[in-house]
Design a protein around this ligand. Structure first.
Ligand SMILES: [Zn+2]
Length: 58
């Protein structure tokens, strides 16, 4: 299995996503391992675990 072919597009294989405020969180698409496996089920309709409180932090 070539890991590059299965590289997660959402996080570019890093397994981490970063939002506008540079909060890092595990990629929900690949499960945080940076590799998109067929067993992983991307759920685009699933809301990200974003906390509205983050937006109010100053
Ligand atoms: Zn990913």
């Amino acid at each position: 299995m070539n890991p590059r072919e299965n590289e997660c597009k959402a996080c570019d294989g890093t397994g981490l996503l970063m939002d506008d405020e540079q909060w890092r969180y595990s990629c929900s698409v690949c499960g945080g391992d940076g590799i998109f496996n067929k067993g992983d089920s991307p759920e685009p309709d699933k809301p990200f675990d974003t906390d509205e409180n983050k937006r109010t932090l100053e």
